[in-house]
Write a protein that binds this ligand. Sequence first.
Ligand SMILES: [Zn+2]
Length: 134
Amino acid sequence: MPRTKKPLTKSQLGKKLDEAWSLAVKIRAGYKCEVCGKMDTLNSHHIVGRRNRMVRWDLRNGVCVCVKHHKFGIESFHEDPLWAKEWLEDKRWEDYAYLYMAKNQIKKWTLEDMEEQLAKLKKIIDNNLCEGYS
Ligand SMILES: [Zn+2]
């Protein structure tokens, strides 16, 4: 694949990373709500809010959920952080432990770091989309 495009700015890369992260979170979950298994109206939720740049584009910080489990249900990531914490500890223990440790670290993303992370996410996406993607 020829790569002759002019390099992206940090803000352009950030946007691409946000999109790629969101898609990769859904792919990893098999396009199902990780809580109830529903397949429609899926969102990619940041467990630790996206202002935390250490884990903003980290798949361990993502959960694919239906709107009910994202925002609108009594048991949802936005409505009940205590329920969400229990769910995470129970279902995704390793990610919980990682996030607990990583969330207080500071990460300064260089362009190179961002390109590298984008390439990682794109790999997941490309593997999933196979020949439908060119
Ligand atoms: Zn759900």
